[in-house]
Each structure stands twice: as structure tokens, then as C-alpha cells.
Design a protein around this ligand. Structure first.
Ligand SMILES: [Zn+2]
Ligand SMILES: [Zn+2]
Length: 326
């Protein structure tokens, strides 16, 4: 061993001995203080190794519940179990865990880090999230950690003792044609009751009985077992205008889906059958959340066709003058 390696060893053993003698501490918290040392070890393994070495040197830890985490790391399996219960029947390929520490844990963690500053430690949050993730993956039998677009995001709130699950929306791009007038693009809450339901709207809460959004989303909601859907259109047309030609691009956001593997050709068929004569969709494909902003900002060229009726005969010159003033 080189001189600097001996110095590190001495420093680590000295710090570990101080931590061990300060009060009862679990292997995870002891190991966590040296989390940056070595690769491929869990903090529990680091802590056990240090405890063994120190015991051989005659330095023993104190019995009792860990004064830093108060036994949090011994509850990893329970938290993972609760997360698994939340996802029963839900399709996913990736996950991410986040934790809200209790005030007490935050204070203890800050005190621990300040009092025994090794410069090698891993924060409690970080270690907890990773360990729960590993246990969740083992129990559920599949899924990988995804830091950017996880299908499942769990928030464990230690103060409130809750596991909250958010399921990533599905985004489906397509184009719609609106074949009839009088249908708004998205659901319009009733002007009188603002969506609560009143006599004026027949207790539907809606200003118009149907919308492109609703006509398109119904088959998707059923297929995905979703909680809701939102249609993001590339601009919108008036309620009284039809939308013909190749149709308007849109993205349907399917909220909190239980199933992610949808058969788009048959859903297209389902929409076009159930909304026949009203709305027609085409060109369906899965896209990412980022595409929503792109589609909403699209400024497509449109052609309007209008039929005008006059009260009396109009001369060619009058028509030309009217057109030039438009
Ligand atoms: Zn601990
Ligand atoms: Zn109403």
C-alpha cells in the first residue's frame, strides 16, 4: 500500500470508529458515510465490513435502533411491497422513486453529515430511493430505473406515511376531420354552472353534448383503462366550421393508463365507426410528451370555403369592391 492509501485507511477507520461509538447505528447508515469508497458494494455491505474490522480491533457498536434513520433502512422491503400493491394490473417498463423525508430525518441527516463529515458520504434520500427501487424491481419481477420518462413515478412521504403513484400519460399523434358543424374541439364546460351540472345543461355540465375530444377519446379510454384524456390540437376551428381535407394534427394524451400497448389500427377503426359522420381520425402513432408542444405551435396553412347569400342581386363591380375591402 502506498503512503496515501495508508493515510486514507487510517482516516476511514478513525471516522468509522467515532461513528460507531457515538450511538446505535445501522449498517446502511454506517456504510453510507463511506458510500463513495469502492464499486459494486451496497452501503449495508460497506457498513458490515467496517463493523467487522472494528470489532476485530476491539471497537464495538452500541445496540439499539439507528439514531440517524431510526430504522428506515430496515423498512425498505415494506415500502417496496406497498409500491407493488399500487401497480397491480398496470403496464410498465420503467420506474422512479422519490422520497419526502420527515422533518426529524432531515435534521438528523444534516446533523450526522456535519458531525461526521467524511467527504465520502451518500445522502440518505439518494440511498433510500435506490434501495426501494431495487427491492421494487425484485418483487415486481420487471422494470428498469428511468430518470427522465419513467412509466411509474412513486413518491414516498415518510411524514404522512403514504405512497403516491403517478402513471406517465400515453401520447398518440393523429389527424382528425370534422365532418359536421356544431361540435367544439374540446369539451366545453357549461357557461351557467361551469361544469358542475345544472338544469340548463341537462346536468351534463357541458355546453355542447359532444366534442371532437370526447368522440376520439372514448375507445382509447376503454382500451387503456385510463382515467381521462385530453386532446391537444394544432390550433382549432370554429364550432360552426367543418374541418376537411387531410385533417388537423392533434395529440391525444391518455391520462393514467393501466395498459400501454394499444392496437392503434383497431382504435382508429373504433373511433371512425362510433363517430361515423361526425369525426374521422387517421395517421395514428405513438409519440413522446415533447411532441405536444411541437404540434401546438404548428402554424399550418388553411383554406376556408364559405357560402354567402345576399338579400338582393349583386353586381360584378359591387362584389369586386367588397372582396378588395376584405
Ligand atoms: Zn440507519
Ligand atoms: Zn350547466
Amino acid at each position: 500500500m502506498s503512503r496515501s492509501e495508508w493515510e486514507t485507511a487510517e482516516r476511514v477507520i478513525k471516522s468509522a470508529a467515532e461513528i460507531l461509538q457515538a450511538g446505535p447505528i445501522c449498517d446502511d447508515c454506517l456504510g453510507r458515510a463511506f458510500g463513495k469508497l469502492g464499486h459494486g458494494f451496497s452501503n449495508g455491505e460497506r457498513g458490515r465490513a467496517l463493523r467487522t474490522l472494528l470489532s476485530m480491533l476491539g471497537v464495538e457498536g452500541k445496540p439499539g435502533a439507528c439514531w440517524v434513520c431510526n430504522g428506515l433502512f430496515s423498512q425498505i422491503e415494506d415500502w417496496a411491497e406497498r409500491a407493488v400493491d399500487e401497480v397491480e394490473g398496470i403496464d410498465f417498463e420503467s420506474y422512479l422513486f422519490g422520497v419526502k423525508l420527515s422533518a426529524r430525518l432531515r435534521q438528523m441527516e444534516a446533523f450526522f453529515d456535519e458531525r461526521f463529515h467524511t467527504g465520502l458520504s451518500e445522502p440518505l434520500k439518494h440511498a433510500f430511493n435506490r434501495e426501494v427501487g431495487k427491492a421494487f424491481e425484485a418483487k415486481s419481477g420487471h422494470g428498469t430505473l428511468d430518470l427522465t420518462h419513467p412509466h411509474l413515478s412513486f413518491t414516498i412521504d415518510l411524514e404522512r406515511d403514504t405512497v403516491e403513484l403517478r402513471v406517465l400519460s400515453l401520447y398518440i399523434y393523429g389527424r382528425y376531420r370534422k365532418l359536421t358543424r356544431g361540435i367544439p374541439q374540446t369539451r366545453w364546460p357549461c357557461r351557467k354552472c361551469r361544469g358542475k351540472g345544472c338544469e340548463a345543461c341537462g346536468f351534463t355540465g357541458k355546453q355542447y353534448p359532444e366534442s371532437v375530444e370526447e368522440l376520439v377519446s372514448v375507445p382509447f379510454l376503454a382500451a387503456a383503462g385510463a382515467e381521462g384524456a385530453h386532446l391537444h390540437g394544432a390550433g382549432r376551428e370554429d364550432i360552426d366550421a367543418r374541418m376537411l381535407g387531410t385533417g388537423r394534427p392533434f395529440i391525444l394524451e391518455v391520462i393514467s393508463p393501466r395498459r400501454r400497448h394499444l392496437d392503434l389500427p383497431s382504435l382508429r377503426e373504433a373511433v371512425n365507426t362510433t363517430a361515423a359522420g361526425k369525426v374521422e381520425v387517421s395517421a395514428l402513432r405513438f409519440v413522446s410528451r415533447e411532441t405536444v408542444a411541437l404540434v401546438k405551435e404548428t402554424h399550418a396553412e388553411k383554406t376556408y370555403r364559405a357560402r354567402v347569400s345576399f338579400e338582393r342581386d349583386v353586381s360584378q363591380a359591387d362584389l369586386a369592391r367588397a372582396l378588395s375591402s376584405l
